[in-house]
Design a protein around this ligand. Structure first.
Ligand SMILES: Cc1cc2nc3c(=O)[nH]c(=O)nc-3n(C[C@H](O)[C@H](O)[C@H](O)COP(=O)(O)O)c2cc1C
Length: 421
């Protein structure tokens, strides 16, 4: 189906060349100041035609709020968001009436529905992601105001050009890469048209994308995303582990091929003695309260499916776009052999435009988990305070945890006081 999320639920609609695309988003808390400008920022970062290394389809993707707000404030009711498709050229796709594009979704859509949208990628088009980006921009605003959460994604590789993930063999991930993960801002990311915030690497990426484009070819790449200031305790212990839901969200973005949390596949080559994240005494960066921190963060901020308060970071791999103007031998729908040189305006590499899609999908996931955890904490807060707990349930030491253990306190609790009145 076309919905995602439980407590913050997004339903997207629209195809590549229909009248409009958009979403209905349910679960936005009432009382959030919200205007179209708040949402437009991320849509404009996603829009096509931003530079000569993205598709030439020119859309401004102006968003129109349809419902759910009054006088610039959310009502708590479903929010409808609409973006008109303006620069449609369905005739560009005449060849795909004869050929299913190799590695695109033409054949599988036909297999599933028995018919296909007459032009473009239908629902498989990246135009579908407009609804997600709009819904995620609202979540980002709430998360920033309520928790100071910030989400930043950046391009980590294009084809064979990559950031230095590690300088030394024995490093799980290198200092330069982790420094970007820890400190990079959206302003730094947007300074480069590739959205790789490392000038030298970005220049090489630009060159390689332009060279692929000149050969009517395309390139894949990867995007790293970091979520800062998320409270501990988000995520569910079994099927909705936070990394599982993040992977679901990210792998639902068109063109994605892989998802790695924290140290990812590289981390699997190290022993536990190097890969473990030892605990240290520290302060919660949001609340300033004493808490346990970790001296490294190869877990990517999630252990047992639940946030530990450290930065959450992950990397997503995107394949080269399927539609290329270069001649490709392939079969027509009728089985006869032919050669397809696909016309139309297409991205030579999707990763620069994927950055805001990744950020906003991450925001949707965190928003959903925040609402879920807050419902649990609120429910627990209505119970009479717990007394006479066995000593094994009482944590020693002075660290604080965001836990649901004290009937009165729904926030961080002083652990040694649990069970005392
Ligand atoms: C931002 C973005 C832009 C995209 N642009 C194109 C494109 O111009 N041409 C194309 O063939 N695929 C493009 N795609 C990928 C297709 O939407 C996707 O490959 C296709 O639906 C097949 O699905 P799959 O690759 O996820 O299996 C784009 C994806 C994203 C995220």
């Amino acid at each position: 189906m076309s919905s995602f999320g439980q407590n913050y639920r997004v339903h997207t609609y629209g195809e590549s060349h229909c009248k409009s695309v958009g979403c209905i988003v349910d679960g936005v808390p009432p009382g959030l100041r919200l205007t179209e400008e708040d949402i437009q920022v991320q849509l404009s970062r996603r829009r096509p035609g931003q530079s000569d290394i993205t598709t030439a389809r020119s859309e401004f993707d102006t968003v129109h709020l349809q419902s759910g707000t009054e006088h610039g404030v959310t009502l708590g009711t479903p929010i409808g968001l609409l973006v008109q498709n303006k620069d449609q050229r369905p005739h560009d796709y005449a060849e795909t009436d004869l050929y299913p594009r190799p590695s695109h979704a033409d054949y599988t859509y036909l297999a599933k529905y028995g018919l296909k949208a007459s032009s473009g990628g239908g629902r498989a088009s990246a135009r579908e992601t407009i609804g997600r980006v709009a819904a995620g921009a609202i979540a980002e605003k709430y998360l920033k105001q309520a928790y100071g959460i910030e989400i930043v994604a950046f391009v980590a590789s294009v084809g064979k050009i990559a950031l230095p993930f590690a300088e030394e063999e024995d490093e799980v991930l290198g200092k330069e890469y982790m420094n970007l993960v820890n400190t990079v801002t959206r302003e730094q990311v947007d300074k480069e048209i590739t959205r790789c915030p490392h000038k030298e690497t970005s220049k090489k990426m630009e060159e390689t994308i332009r060279a692929a484009k000149a050969k009517d070819d395309s390139l894949g790449g990867s995007v790293t995303c970091v979520i800062r200031n998320a409270p501990s305790g988000l995520g569910e212990p079994a099927f909705d582990k936070l990394e599982a839901v993040l992977a679901h969200a990210m792998l639902s973005i068109p063109s994605t091929k892989s998802f790695e949390i924290g140290s990812g596949i590289r981390g699997t080559t190290f022993p536990g003695s190097i890969h473990n994240d030892p605990f240290i005494e520290g302060k919660d960066p949001r609340t300033g309260q004493d808490t346990l921190r970790t001296s490294t963060n190869w877990s990517g901020g999630i252990q047992g499916g639940i946030t530990n308060g450290e930065d959450i970071y992950f990397r997503i791999g995107f394949k080269p776009p399927a539609t290329i103007a270069q001649e490709q031998p392939t079969a027509r729908y009728d089985g006869s052999a032919g050669v397809l040189a696909a016309k139309g305006r297409h991205d030579p590499c999707v990763v620069p435009r994927a950055v805001p899609i990744v950020e906003t999908m991450a925001a949707i996931v965190i928003m959903d988990m925040v609402l879920q955890q807050n419902a649990r904490k609120q429910a627990a807060s209505l119970l009479p305070p717990l007394t006479h707990l066995p000593p094994t349930m009482v944590l020693p030491g002075k660290s604080t945890v965001q836990a649901v253990v004290n009937g009165k306190d729904v926030g961080a609790v002083q652990s040694q006081k649990v069970g005392e009145e």
